[in-house]
Design a protein around this ligand. Structure first.
Ligand SMILES: Cc1cc2nc3c(=O)[nH]c(=O)nc-3n(C[C@H](O)[C@H](O)[C@H](O)COP(=O)(O)OP(=O)(O)OC[C@H]3O[C@@H](n4cnc5c(N)ncnc54)[C@H](O)[C@@H]3O)c2cc1C
Length: 469
């Protein structure tokens, strides 16, 4: 029987996995995973991602009946050797779109001496499918998304059937290699996973839970971090434990009272697609401003304020809540990602690269496409970005999106007893109110590291200076 290697990457699942599905139709499958920190350049996985992957691999290994070959190293060295030693007919994988991976995979295709096929396992639309009539890529989300949705030839495929892992070739005695363990350097990540359902059933159960209790009301409620209407599926979509096709089909199969809830959720999946689209067409997205005028932006380099931001010590409770949620759980609600992002690049005037790098380190869904595109969006330097004058006010954002303070008090428990009217601006609370709430500002909770109004004016002036260049 012919043998085929399936190289698992961001697609650690047995169902709706095109590379696996087609390999299984052709012959026996040798499943392989390689932890590659050689070709990554500056994008080696952050700590939170390493913790997530370590756990994921343990479960996936079980799902593969302990037949997954796990390596640590350079696929450019490992795969040709495996092709040779197993005498395989072919090697199949699902495509990834990070520039370093495209570069590596192209090189591999050119050196492998067997059939090599790649498939689309992680996007609804291939980035090259959706172009303007002049053949160039869109820079604006809405026409991109409309074209994807409306043109029938672009309709995403139905999910493929699951593959029985019995088709995987058992590991032979002569191919044994030392067990590969991913050992994250820093210990803080150890508690991250306790906030998640990390069992094998985790992805499906998050999807089910969202469909049952998040989808209805999603459009309105998704902005309120304590209302629980978002899916938390970004982590599964990033690692490929669920495909976007599976998520799309499952939500579409569910009857919703208000079709706008469904449409809005699907458009969020569309933003994920658009991020990959931008990364594919503008591979410099993670590093360089899409709008070149931002190359002259007068960023300030201030390690002290950056550290306060990273560890949720800015003195702005809604910002600190978001940053602490991410550090503790590896996740941050989207509304918070926008608030803390705007605070960093606009109120603190720190380069968006700093925010991108810290998110990369701390998020379990850290994703080169979505993270880079979103940071450029926040900074105003991206395609279809938030306009420069849109500066989130951390006080009114807190009051509007966490009116009862549930989210903020959860992550900033030292403000637990502060009355709501002062929760998002504790420095305005009279002395006796602070005393009653057991808070000494500057001791129990920081004083604000910048003045929100003055820093807003400073940001507007900085953005204005760009217009004049
Ligand atoms: C500064 C910043 C950095 C971000 N970094 C990342 C990142 O590293 N990885 C990541 O997956 N998302 C990132 N996002 C996008 C978004 O915040 C998360 O995808 C979302 O919060 C995940 O929560 P959820 O799964 O509950 O979302 P839901 O509201 O349930 O949305 C469903 C899915 O749609 C996709 N999605 C939703 N919003 C966006 C968006 N704005 N851009 C791209 N895809 C989106 C996600 O895959 C998400 O799982 C970032 C946003 C900002 C503002």
């Amino acid at each position: 029987m012919s043998k085929y290697i399936v190289w698992f990457r961001q697609d650690l699942r047995l169902d709706d996995n095109p590379a696996l599905y087609y390999a299984a139709k052709k012959g026996q499958v040798i499943p392989v995973f390689i932890y590659d920190d050689i070709n990554t350049q500056s994008y080696t996985m952050g700590q939170a991602s390493q913790y997530w992957l370590k756990n994921l691999l343990e479960h996936f290994q079980k799902a593969c009946l302990n037949r997954l070959r796990i390596f640590h190293g350079d696929p450019i060295e490992i795969l040709p050797k495996l092709v040779h030693s197993h005498q395989v007919e072919g090697l199949f994988w699902n495509r990834c779109y990070e520039p370093w991976r495209i570069h590596r995979d192209r090189h591999l295709k050119s050196i492998l001496k067997c059939e090599v096929q790649s498939f689309n396992g992680s996007l609804l639309w291939e980035p090259w499918q959706i172009l303007k009539s002049d053949g160039t890529p869109y820079r604006v989300f809405t026409p991109f998304y409309r074209k994807g949705c409306l043109v029938s030839e672009h309709q995403p495929r139905e999910p493929l059937a699951s593959v029985d892992p019995d088709i995987f070739m058992p590991i032979q005695a002569d191919e044994s290699h030392p067990p590969v363990e991913i050992i994250p350097e820093k210990k803080w990540g150890e508690t991250l996973l306790s906030h998640w359902n990390t069992t094998q059933n985790g992805p499906q159960s998050r999807l089910k839970q969202f469909i049952q209790s998040g989808l209805c009301g999603y459009k309105k409620e998704r902005d309120f971090p304590s209302h629980g209407h978002t899916s938390q599926l970004s982590v599964d979509l990033h690692w490929g434990t669920l495909s976007p096709n599976q998520v799309r089909q499952s939500v579409m199969a569910h009857p919703v009272e208000n079709p706008k809830d469904l449409d809005h959720f699907l458009s969020e999946l569309g933003w994920r697609e658009f991020s990959y689209y931008l990364l594919y067409h503008f591979p410099f997205l993670p590093k360089d401003n899409l709008q070149k005028k931002f190359d002259h932006f007068p960023w300030i380099d201030d390690k002290k304020v950056l550290k306060s931001w990273q560890f949720g010590q800015t003195g702005y409770p809604i910002v600190d809540a978001g940053m602490r949620q991410m550090y503790a759980t590896g996740y941050m609600h989207n509304r918070l990602r926008m608030i803390v992002g705007s605070f960093l690049v606009k109120n603190l005037l720190q380069h968006w690269h700093h925010g991108q790098a810290w998110f990369w380190e701390c998020l379990v869904d850290a994703d080169l496409a979505s993270n880079s595109a979103s940071w450029q969006w926040i900074a105003g330097s991206g395609a279809d970005a938030a306009p420069y004058f849109r500066i989130f006010n951390p006080i009114t954002q807190g009051e509007k999106f966490d009116p009862l303070g549930e989210y903020t008090k959860k992550w900033v428990p030292e403000l637990q007893s502060l009355p709501s009217q002062y929760l998002f601006k504790p420095w305005e609370a009279p002395h006796d109110v602070l005393q009653k709430a057991n808070i000494i500002l500057g001791q129990d909770y920081p004083k604000p590291i910048v003045d929100v109004r003055a820093s807003r004016e400073r940001a507007l002036a900085a953005f204005q200076s760009l217009k004049e260049t």
